[in-house]
Design a protein around this ligand. Structure first.
Ligand code: FES
Length: 138
């Protein structure tokens, strides 16, 4: 059963930011997309590339030649090894979204006062009742 791990204070993970954490022995990268948090295994499903070091990009849509639209800027991570791209919200790859996916983990924001009630695993730092924290289930 997945445990809840306190992995960061909200203040250290601003919008557009990411943080590589460890939970239940797994390397996980947590992203903040405009105030929403998402967590992916830090292991590209192709050959194990380090997604925490990937370029953040978006999607280009084109309905006809010469016209295009750039959308979802910063919501796609490009693996630094062979440039496969993954949707941070779903973990799905751009090349084969139904078969090739980065593993997702549940992530939430909890108030420090609630964390004191448990059950959570705060392995790496102290929490205080005044702050909010990012919690990953792994
Ligand atoms: S290891 Fe990520 S694209 Fe190849």
């Amino acid at each position: 059963m997945a445990k809840k791990h306190v992995v960061a204070a909200v203040s250290e993970l601003p919008p557009g930011g990411r943080k590589l954490v460890e939970a239940s022995g797994r390397a996980i990268v947590v992203f903040n997309l405009g105030g929403e948090y998402f967590a992916l295994a830090n292991r590209c499903p192709h050959r194990g590339g380090d997604l925490s070091k990937g370029l953040l990009t978006g999607l280009v849509l084109s309905g006809e030649p010469g016209e295009y639209e750039y959308i979802r800027q910063g919501e796609i991570v490009r693996c630094p090894w062979h440039n496969w791209e993954f949707d941070i919200r779903t973990g799905k790859s751009w090349c084969d979204p139904e078969k090739v996916k980065a593993r997702r983990f549940g992530v939430s924001v909890e108030k420090g006062a609630k964390l004191i009630e448990g059950p959570y695993v705060a392995e790496t730092f102290k929490v205080s009742v005044e702050n909010d924290y990012v919690v990953v289930e792994a």
